[in-house]
Design a protein around this ligand. Structure first.
Ligand SMILES: C[S@@+](CC[C@H](N)C(=O)[O-])C[C@H]1O[C@@H](n2cnc3c(N)ncnc32)[C@H](O)[C@@H]1O
Length: 278
């Protein structure tokens, strides 16, 4: 599989960060891999992991899709091939609320592919409400097969990140990629906007800091990406090396939101220093 690829489009996707992670871990011997904010799991898919992976996210539809791809891909693709790609069919499928987990996964993949810019957004009743966005390409079924193969080593679950503690042991690697607003640099604490039914607040950042303490205590490794914001550096700066990254932000497709964005990266991987990672 080409590096940097996930099988879905996901806000905050970390394809741009893959080379930096590979650099950081090139000399690292680690056991299991844990990714508790998996989203599209770009980093996981870019790695060749010898041991187990624990992937989770608070988004249940997303977690179910990962699970069905791992366990029932033939049935998912069978369903997916029944769906037509025109606008009318899109709104028809968007309206549906299938009971079958396989159908839910097929619908999720379809909507992610044909929705406008691949945004995941639900209304107050939890119903997906992103409009149709025409796609020129075809759905990539071969990639789904490679994704299925990669997922065989993964335990996948819908859960809050706080619950991943029990899977973290000495020398495991934990990749932490919480949601955060694109309007970084603002000193307004309300910058932590949601692109998910759950808001990721400053209290959640504090809970995340406790998890990082735990990771340090058990002598596991972590890489944390976070917003470039004074509150964030205050909370995390003593927990590992603090690095800064510039990257081109491309969330949601509105040109107004595109531009250089700085992010903080925190890590306790030995030998990774500010100079090396820039
Ligand atoms: C920045 S995205 C992760 C993107 C991912 N690294 C990728 O490459 O696509 C953050 C993810 O955290 C999830 N999330 C939000 N709050 C959470 C929580 N309390 N516990 C676990 N996951 C959460 C969101 O559903 C979203 O998928």
């Amino acid at each position: 599989m080409a590096k940097n690829t996930s099988f879905i489009r996901w806000a905050g996707g970390k394809a741009w960060f893959v080379p930096a992670v590979h650099d950081m871990i090139q000399n690292l011997q680690f056991n299991n891999y844990i990714e508790p904010f998996m989203g599209g799991a770009s980093i996981f898919f870019s790695l060749d992991l010898p041991n187990k992976a624990y992937l989770s996210d608070i988004n249940g539809e997303l977690a179910n899709t990962f699970i069905q791809i791992r366990d029932n891909l033939d049935l998912v693709t069978e369903k997916l091939k029944e769906y037509k790609s025109d606008k009318e069919s899109y709104y028809e499928i968007r309206k549906q609320d299938p009971v079958s987990l396989i159908e839910q996964a097929a619908r999720f993949l379809y909507l992610n592919f044909y929705s406008f810019n691949g945004i995941y957004r639900v209304n107050s009743r939890g119903k997906f409400n992103v409009p149709y966005g025409r796609r020129s390409g075809e759905f990539n079924y071969d990639r789904l097969e490679r994704i299925r193969d990669k997922l065989q080593i993964a335990e996948i679950a819908e859960r809050d990140f706080g619950a991943c503690r029990e899977y973290i042991h000495e020398r495991d690697l934990v990749f932490l990629d919480p949601p955060y607003a694109v309007s970084s640099k603002s000193s307004d604490n309300n910058m932590f906007i949601a692109y998910n039914p759950t808001l990721f607040s400053l209290d959640d950042q504090q809970r995340l800091a406790n998890l990082v303490d735990y990771i340090n205590d058990v002598h596991a490794y972590f890489i944390l990406t976070n917003a470039h914001h004074p509150e964030i550096s205050k909370i995390f700066k003593d927990k590992g090396e603090m690095l800064e990254y510039d990257r081109t932000c491309n969330i949601g497709g509105k040109s107004a939101k595109r531009g250089k964005v700085q992010e903080y990266i925190f890590t306790n991987i030995p030998g990774v220093t500010r100079k090396e990672a820039e």
